[in-house]
Design a protein around this ligand. Structure first.
Ligand code: SAH
Ligand code: SF4
Ligand code: F3S
Length: 445
């Protein structure tokens, strides 16, 4: 079998980062990466199981290769669908040769040896692995910013969610190991780090140092060379005041918090087992609204959870108006295997879910148009990530995680730099601006 691989990634940033770990390991083992599955000897799908549609994607891909030229290839299904479905995947797609969940990627070299030896059914499904972070070969795609896992798994039991089954129990990484990787990233020229975990704020250093999340955040943000630290995702229940204090006191911590609310109705939140009420959630929001520098807030919402009444849905719409989110992701509830919400009655018809999600997205769009138009005239610091040649614009991101494309500095190589830009136009999802000189920026800070 030719030692070439193709990898396609579905799902969240945790999965995107896992693919960097897997690709790095494969490269280190002497495999070469190719751009299409057709060219590859080994085809990897790093899968997501969060909603049914996401799960179906991998089976559609596999189906395609069953009929066409897939005979001489090794197929590997890894990630959350692999962990959830396990060996059942071999029954459903007999041409699959490897099924492995995220906790087993450190065992990838030995699993590859088995595949190379002709073993047609290789699995890595144990969740019992404390070394899951130990990935010396991670191949990072972006030279300016990097993901860094601080906690794996999830101990919450939200009634709709597969993650506790697909990623196992919570395991925090030692602070020394996080600091060591962050320092290495800074030394390699990366200035922006995104700390990752399903629930970053339940981070608890397992070593005697015993750092909590706020301490870790502050220390990573104090590493020389690091300009921006982001983190994702925060659970409202574990979101404590010291996190805001850290953001307020350390300028390198981005003033953006993604705080998924899921619903604005306390009774729906109870059915979801989210462990907070609307009022408790709003208390966290009020901390952020009162912070010394503006913190942008984004969220996730599920519409059509079993038993969600029109009144519950209106509570969610009212919450949007109250919070004024900078952006959000809305999802239609999707029943998932193993989850306790499966046992709840009163499922909402698909058309009704569609109606609700459309209303919700429309309301949020209006909020974003209004909020973004208020930014016109403001000067923002932009981390430059790319160049839009045809538009003659640089592509960048503000510390609030908003896209801001700007013109006016065509002659210099700005990639990876931090550049002040004045907002000249605003759309619902992004801002457009022009560069200003550093002195103008200093005067508005
Ligand atoms: N750990 C994070 C995010 C988990 S998954 C948290 O607790 O918020 C990302 C988002 O997918 C969730 O916030 C939720 O809005 C959505 N989601 C999870 N399970 C879902 C399901 N069964 N149906 C629809 N959306 C779901
Ligand atoms: Fe899923 Fe809830 Fe854990 Fe988030 S906190 S990953 S929604 S179980
Ligand atoms: Fe999907 Fe797994 Fe992430 S289910 S959202 S890839 S943790």
């Amino acid at each position: 079998m030719e030692k070439t691989f193709y990898i396609e990634t579905f799902g969240c940033q945790m999965n995107a980062h896992d693919s960097e770990k897997v690709a790095g390991t494969l490269l280190q083992q002497g495999y070469n990466q190719v751009e299409t599955p057709e060219e590859a000897g080994y085809v990897f799908y790093n899968t997501c199981s969060i909603r049914d549609k996401a799960e179906q994607k991998v089976f559609n891909r596999l189906q395609h290769f069953k009929k066409s030229a897939g005979k001489d290839k090794i197929f590997a299904v890894i990630g959350c669908v692999a962990q959830q479905e396990g060996e059942k995947i071999f029954d459903r797609a007999p041409h699959v040769n490897l099924v492995a969940g995220s906790a087993s990627y450190t065992r990838l070299p030995e699993m590859l040896v088995q595949l190379e030896a002709g073993n047609k059914r290789v699995t890595g499904l144990s969740l019992d692995n404390s070394e899951a972070f130990d990935t010396p070969f991670t191949r990072r795609d972006n030279p300016h910013r990097a993901y860094l896992t601080i906690i794996e798994g999830c101990d919450k039991k939200c009634s709709y969610c597969v993650v506790p089954f697909t990623r196992g129990p919570e395991r925090s990484r030692t602070s020394a190991s996080v600091m060591e990787e962050a320092t290495r990233l800074a030394d390699s020229g990366r200035t922006e780090i995104q700390l990752l975990g399903q629930n970053v704020n339940s981070y608890r250093d397992p070593s005697p140092a015993g750092w909590d999340f706020a301490t870790l955040l502050d220390r990573v943000g104090s590493i020389p060379g690091i300009r921006r630290v982001r983190f994702m995702t925060s659970h409202p229940r574990d979101f404590v005041r010291p996190i805001i204090d850290a953001i307020e006191s350390n300028r390198n911590l981005c003033s953006h918090v993604h705080l998924p609310v899921q619903s604005g109705s306390t009774s729906v939140l109870k059915g979801m087992q989210r462990l907070y009420t609307r009022e408790q959630y709003m208390e966290r929001i009020s901390w952020m609204k009162r912070a010394r520098r503006p913190i942008s807030i984004t969220t996730d919402i599920i519409v059509g959870f079993p038993g969600e009444t029109e009144r519950d849905f209106e509570d969610t719409l009212e919450l949007l108006e109250e919070v004024q989110y900078d952006s959000l992701f809305a999802f239609k509830y999707s029943p998932r295997p193993n989850t306790s919400a499966l046992g709840l009655g009163d499922h909402i018809p698909e058309e009704e879910k569609t109606r609700r999600i459309m209303i919700l997205n429309e309301r949020q769009r209006a909020i974003q148009i209004r909020r973004n138009s208020e930014r016109v005239g403001a000067v923002e610091e932009v981390h430059v990530e790319g160049r839009h040649a045809t538009l003659g614009q640089w592509i960048g991101r503000t510390e609030h995680n908003q896209t801001l494309n700007f013109s006016g500095r065509d002659d210099e190589a700005l990639l990876g730099h931090y550049v002040p830009a004045r907002v000249t136009r605003a759309g619902p999802n992004s801002l457009v601006g022009e560069s200003v000189n550093q002195a103008d920026f200093a005067s508005v800070l």
